[in-house]
Design a protein around this ligand. Structure first.
Ligand code: MG
Length: 404
């Protein structure tokens, strides 16, 4: 990344607002590269590999987990950042950290934990991601957490209620919670990661949905964005030697069926690639046009504007339609709901067990003591992988809620 080629409104690592604890710069890296590296080496990052995205982790080896989702978000965000002359290192750092605070079992786990924490300030995964990098990671002699730059922390704190923001500001008046009181925006890099997250999950959830058998191509074809890209992919397949032969089927009998399946898989892969390119291309074009119209002088002028990262109106409407479809047909599919319901039970029962007897937690959490017992329990559970949570649940309750 050539720092001198950054757009005027990009986050320049040479002008970072810095870290809470001062550290000298370690050449040859820049400040945001260092953040990215610290995140990759954190324990919370490694645990993403065994956490639910949509499908509970023990369900199958081919579905996305939080880790592969995270890597796809980073890929999309980097590609868009490069095209827009933004800070790719910062974008990657924010993307790699954006889901660190997620509990096991996805949103069901977070809702359950939030319910358990109602009397103690609640639980919110964005806030938890910041808590992981600010406090919970213990890897440095001089400070708690990873001591990341302001810009990375600002990007991680994507949402925050007014009440939580006011609480955070008590400890850090000029911290990343400030904008939720001031009503300003984060860096364009942070805005971009937000939309890259949407691009990544809408695309890969179609893939996992079909792969799992919960979604059919026929159902998906009712969604205009999918139908358009699927038509284009089928047309391309007619002219392509591999998929064309497979789809038209020069083979006979069972071989012909297998060839047709292989052809359909290639057409789906081609469809998803086209959706992804359409979304990223539109994101870059619409965001670039918005910035050319406003031309903020620098990052602070950019922060004072309404959000500039965006899709064009037409595609925005189509993405929303696709998301509504996924909500209805996949996220609320009885099989997905059944599994996440188990996840909810596991989290709630773990919370009750540890809260009643903190000695059941590993030693470092036990040491957190009486004062913040509920928060220590929430931190402990939020950090768990799906499978560790299941093992602990079985150990503490004698019940196994998922088939091995
Ligand atoms: Mg995400």
């Amino acid at each position: 990344m050539n720092l001198d080629a950054l757009a005027p409104w990009a986050a320049d690592p040479r002008r970072t607002r810095g870290r809470r604890v001062f550290e000298p710069l370690p050449p040859p890296r820049n400040e945001h590269q260092r953040d990215r590296d610290r995140i990759v080496h954190s324990g919370a990052f490694r645990r993403l590999v065994y956490k639910t995205q949509v499908f509970v982790n023990p369900e199958g080896d081919l579905f996305r987990t939080r880790l592969t989702h995270t890597l796809e978000v980073a890929q999309v965000a980097r590609a868009a950042a490069r095209a827009l002359r933004l800070n790719e290192d910062l974008v990657e750092a924010i993307a790699l950290a954006h889901d660190l605070g997620h509990t096991p079992f996805g949103h069901a786990g977070q809702d359950a934990l939030d319910g358990c924490m109602r009397a103690h300030g609640g639980f919110e995964h964005n806030l938890q991601s910041l808590r992981v990098v600010d406090r919970l990671e213990q890897r440095y002699l001089a400070f708690d957490g990873l001591n990341l730059t302001f810009e990375t922390r600002e990007g991680i704190l994507k949402h925050c209620s007014r009440r939580n923001a006011e609480h955070l500001l008590q400890g850090e008046p000029d911290g990343p919670a400030r904008r939720f009181v001031d009503g300003t925006q984060p860096s364009l890099e942070a805005q971009l990661v937000n939309l890259a997250d949407e691009v990544a999950y809408t695309t890969h959830d179609i893939d996992d949905g079909v792969r799992s058998g919960l979604l059919t191509i026929e159902q998906l074809r009712a969604v205009p964005l999918f139908a358009r890209c699927h038509d284009a992919a089928r047309q391309a397949a007619d002219g392509a030697p591999r998929a064309g032969a497979a789809a038209s089927g020069s083979a006979r009998g069972p071989e012909r069926g297998a060839a047709r399946d292989a052809g359909a898989k290639l057409v789906l892969a081609e469809t998803l690639r086209r959706i992804l390119s359409a979304l990223v291309g539109d994101l870059v074009a619409a965001t670039g046009a918005a910035l050319q119209a406003r031309r903020p002088a620098d990052i602070d002028a950019l922060r004072a504007l309404p959000a500039q990262a965006r899709f064009g109106d037409e595609l925005r409407a189509q993405i929303t339609e696709l998301e509504r479809f996924l909500l209805r047909a996949l996220y609320r599919h009885p099989q997905v709901l059944g599994h996440t319901e188990h996840g909810r039970t596991v989290v709630a029962e773990l919370f009750a067990a540890y809260h009643a007897d903190p000695a059941e937690m590993s030693a470092e959490y036990e040491a957190a003591g009486e004062t913040d017992r509920a928060r220590a329990v929430a931190d402990y559970i939020a950090g768990m992988t799906d499978r560790f949570a299941l093992r602990e649940h079985e150990r503490l309750t004698g019940r196994r809620l998922f088939a091995a």
